[in-house]
Design a protein around this ligand. Structure first.
Ligand SMILES: C[S@@+](CC[C@H](N)C(=O)[O-])C[C@H]1O[C@@H](n2cnc3c(N)ncnc32)[C@H](O)[C@@H]1O
Length: 465
């Protein structure tokens, strides 16, 4: 009976491959577990009949922890606004045909930043089942991939059953993101606007594909910062294609064609032949929410003909043994490879990303401003560079302390199996990172400026009498 209610009839445009439309995940062979009363998260909101619009708004304790209120337990009763997944309170959207990316979804009304747009619904399946299904879909020649990861052990497959959320395409410059929410004790995935979206705009989030082998799939999102291939930002892809940090002479980038600029080489010049169709397996992990979405891609078309080489300046962090983010699997993956990539909780990944970022920020070879200052004859320039270096040192210390300060929050979320970091925590990190980058920039700029345009020699006293 419950499942019957879950399925709804939605009229689809002609040409859309049929699927069953659902508004709640389906779990075959597993009944929804009823939560014990003491486990139900009840917020501390005080309902004010004079201000019903404030019932469970953004300061509600449950909202702050990405948890929906449970009907019958919320102090705001039927006024509670924190049951959007349960009530399918979706934004108005419309299907449309894209150029080269199949169907896409666009906003059919103006959508405010932060608004819940739609749930990514589908069948909840185990990792073994996900692997099996991806192989079956591949054998059936299905091109589009709809399997994303829900957590370390489960996946959502929206291939046969899903909501309109299954039509949202990837963009390297997205206007939405996925977030995990706990709804009546179960984890569900929602798509949220990250900026104001105007009616008629295509909705897109960054799939953040983790590349696990197979061919390089051309990304057609059209964003100016497009990474050109799906998964190109992932470590697996970069290592396979030998895109190393500038100055790393282990590999010569020129030998490994990677970059195919759409401007340099229009798509129609790139031959696509059926014989070049190969399998590819990808992970989609969502940066902003720490979600770790596996997406099984299959039967992507590879491009024959040469592609022009270009070092993209991508940064590669060192591969360490046991580093979950450093799994590279070329060609079909084994079960072990498959599981390895998934065992880390999203919070751990968030922590690892922060830690990687920290390593990148602190571990990179740096210009020592004080030492460079000694190379200049002018005392004025020396003072300027020393000041920049001091400011940079302060920014580094601040970044370091912010990192230590937010670490407990990351670990707490890891213990609670929560995905996204609170906005105030993320903001702190971003602010400190930006100050550090600015301080770096100021120093480098001062060096370059004084090399290119040295100040005129004056009678200033000799700094080294
Ligand atoms: C979840 S589906 C999105 C809906 C799909 N376009 C459709 O028609 O059903 C994901 C698939 O869409 C295609 N796709 C999504 N974003 C893309 C992009 N930026 N460039 C190329 N193909 C994309 C890929 O085939 C991918 O496997």
């Amino acid at each position: 009976m419950e499942l019957e209610l879950n399925r709804i009839n939605v009229k689809l445009p002609e040409g859309v491959a049929p699927f069953t439309h659902i508004t709640r995940n389906e779990r075959s062979g597993r009944k929804q577990i009823k939560k014990k009363e003491e486990d139900i998260a009840v917020c501390e909101c005080k309902f004010d009949p004079g201000k019903p619009e404030l019932a469970c708004e953004e300061r509600c304790l449950n909202v702050l922890t990405n948890t929906e209120c449970t009907p019958g337990y919320c102090p705001c009763g039927s006024y509670c606004k924190n049951q959007r997944f349960q009530k399918s309170e979706y934004a108005k959207t419309k299907l449309f045909k894209t150029e080269g990316r199949g169907w896409g979804l666009l906003a059919d009304e103006n959508i405010k930043a932060g608004k819940f747009i739609i749930e990514y619904c589908g069948e909840v399946i185990s990792s073994d089942e996900a692997k099996l299904r991806s192989q079956t879909y591949e054998a059936q020649d299905l091109r589009d991939a709809y399997i994303i990861s829900l957590n370390a052990n489960y996946y959502i497959d929206a291939t046969r059953k899903g909501s309109l959320g299954r039509f949202i395409n990837h963009s390297c410059q997205p206007n939405c993101e996925t977030r995990k929410w706990t709804v009546l004790g179960e984890t569900r995935v929602g798509i949220f606007a990250t900026q104001d979206i105007y009616v008629g705009t295509e909705l897109a989030y960054d799939y953040n594909f983790e590349w696990y082998g197979g061919v390089n799939v051309r990304c057609l999102c059209g964003a100016p910062n497009c990474s050109i291939f799906l998964g190109a930002k992932s470590q697996g892809f970069q290592e396979h294609n030998h895109v190393w940090e500038d100055g790393d002479d282990r590999y010569t980038v020129d030998e490994f064609p990677l970059y195919d600029s759409a401007e340099d080489e229009p798509l129609d010049k790139v031959k696509v032949t059926d014989s070049t169709i190969q399998e590819t397996l990808m992970t989609v992990k969502t940066e902003s929410s720490g979600l770790n979405n596996i997406c099984f891609g299959y039967k992507y078309k590879s491009f024959s003909g040469s592609v022009s080489a270009r070092a993209t300046g991508n940064v590669k962090s060192e591969v360490k043994e046991g580093d979950q983010n450093a799994i590279i699997v070329s060609g079909p993956r084994t079960n072990d490879d498959f599981n390895n990539g998934l065992d880390t909780s999203s919070a751990k990944r968030a922590a690892k990303r922060l830690s990687n970022r920290k390593q990148k920020l602190f571990g990179r070879r740096q210009v020592n401003g004080k030492r460079v200052a000694q190379l200049f004859a002018s005392k004025k320039v020396q003072d300027e560079l020393i000041k920049c270096e001091e400011e940079r040192s302060l920014a580094t210390t601040k970044l370091d302390s912010v990192y230590d300060e937010i670490r407990p929050a990351i670990e707490q979320r890891e213990r609670d199996s929560l995905g996204s970091l609170p906005t105030n925590v993320a903001e702190k990190w971003i602010e400190a990172s930006c100050s550090k980058l600015k301080a770096d920039f100021d120093l480098y700029f001062a060096v370059v400026k004084n090399v290119v345009c040295p100040p005129p020699l004056t009678n200033e006293p000799n700094p080294d009498p």
